[in-house]
Write a protein that binds this ligand. Structure first.
Ligand SMILES: [Zn+2]
Ligand SMILES: [Zn+2]
Length: 53
């Protein structure tokens, strides 16, 4: 389980701009559902995928 509720584990990454965690599988992040897979829901920057956490 990812921390946002989907069944995928190990798909949680950190935004490289604001460090908010998000799941690349279900597109939920600390700021809510991401409007696109490459847009941070917290700071709205694109291509935000940082380190896996
Ligand atoms: Zn998820
Ligand atoms: Zn961010």
């Amino acid at each position: 389980m990812c921390k946002f509720g989907c069944s995928t584990a190990n798909m949680t990454f950190k935004c490289k701009y604001c460090s908010a965690p998000f799941c690349a599988s279900c597109s939920n992040g600390a700021g809510g559902k991401m409007r696109a897979a490459n847009v941070c829901s917290s700071c709205n920057k694109t291509n935000h995928r940082g380190d896996k956490i």
